[in-house]
Write a protein that binds this ligand. Sequence first.
Ligand code: HEM
Length: 527
Amino acid sequence: MKKNKLSDIKLEQLKEHETDNSDQALTTNQGLKISNNQDSLKSGERGPSLLEDFILREKITHFDHERIPERIVHARGSGAHGTFKINKSLAKYTKAKFLSEEGKETPVFVRFSTVAGSAGSTDLARDVRGFAIKFYTEEGNYDLVGNNIPVFFIQDAMKFPDLVHAVKPEPDNAIPQAASAHDTFWDFISLMPESMHMIMWAMSDRAIPRSYRMMEGFGVHTFKFINEEGKIHFVKFHFKPKLGVHSVAWDEATKISGKDSDFHRRDLWEAIENGAFPEWDFGVQIIPEEDEHKFNFDLLDPTKLIPEEEVPVELVGTLTLNRNPDNFFAETEQIAFHPGHLVPGIDFTNDPLLQGRLFSYTDTQLSRLGSSNFHEIPINRSINTVHNNQRDGHMRQQIVKGKVSYEPNSIGGGCPFQAMWKDGGFTSQEERVDGKKIRARSQSFVDHYSQAKLFYNSQSEPEKMHLQNALIFELSKVTIPAIREKVVGQLAFINKDLAALVAKKVGVDVTKLKQPNGSIPADADSK
Ligand code: HEM
């Protein structure tokens, strides 16, 4: 593994916390050597255990608190360390150093995940896969918290808890545990036309990857690049696997799940152990600021992608995973991603789904990791040292010297100062925002079917058959006929033949469907 300085810094930082237990005497957490790890302290050989047995108490207490809450979504995941290399400078578009200095290598940690299942669920569920990357840059951590599908189910963060409550096991009986076929999910989908594009992807082979090494990664939302001159470009992020995109068939997925529910986890681990390092090309779609409104959809709408025929993906970097974690819990479980972890040169857009995400991640991590100091956990630490006036809180590690922890101050005493923009200080990109306060959605978000049609029509005949079979399988498990009817009604807006086929197989009588709730519209595109 070729290392550069930044990778060395991260490795050294992690090494400081490594412990090798081999050939060491067993100790308590206070460093006291333990002479008997087999028996508790008792009153007589057959007597009761004594409360004073502080060694037993410490051991059991720590065990009792081993579990932390699993992630509310994306609980099941696997991660690895690696390197990101920029092969072609993006300095024209962004001043982010890790993207603008050609040849620069940046250490990363990547976590792949399913969305709906619990931490012990199968890797092979039909589901979206998370593709989250933490770049340890010299300007601070940058997180790209993406998925393997380029669009999302909903347009506004307001709907996220509803979506997740619909897809997770039902509250009364906690069935089904895997993300497959149930009334609540399809009920929600049938009432949410904006989900139709994503449903096409989620019912396609994309939702059952052969391996984490063989799936694409997408930033999904449109982000902004800002260059040294302050000029803006919109950007979509892509990762394309060097091994190509491959999936398994549903029949294979169910068999694999039964035999080895760690299939993806094992595949990633073994590939890295064997030196077959997974690699992706990193690419960008760049849109000049002045072209924001030239598309027939809104760049802020996360249910839309930018067709590559309209804006080609320029490949400019390589992501390589080359080291397995030493400890799953310390690294893969405790890593905390957040779309709001930015570096100068990259900014958000007003995508209303992304805006809600900016609140959600730190909020959830406060309860998942249990302290406002989780940025001090080794895997979460920036390689750029942290200096600010935040202090105290549960489990604080940093020992900040000096009398003063406020700013401005005239005493000095080791207080950090604000960095100017020219010295790498982050400034939010200035944008004119005016309008009336309103709880609404833009009219530019209303076309829910054009890209769903494009996706369905882009599938080869075998892929179409898999997609049709997935819909038939899923809907055949829905127990409420009205839900099946509404979904068929939605499919009819995408492709009449698809809707008719699914209707026939799941017992929906299309002649009885009533407008507007799903009758097959005469103008549906059947191509
Ligand atoms: C994880 C919220 C949409 C990708 C999470 C977590 C929450 C969350 C609470 C758990 C984080 C943790 O415990 O550390 C939301 C909300 C969304 C949203 C509120 C919409 C409003 C999305 C979208 C994507 C995405 C659109 C993809 C672009 C991920 C990934 C993870 C994740 C990859 C797992 C990160 C990891 O591996 O630790 N999300 N999410 N989420 N989310 Fe989202």
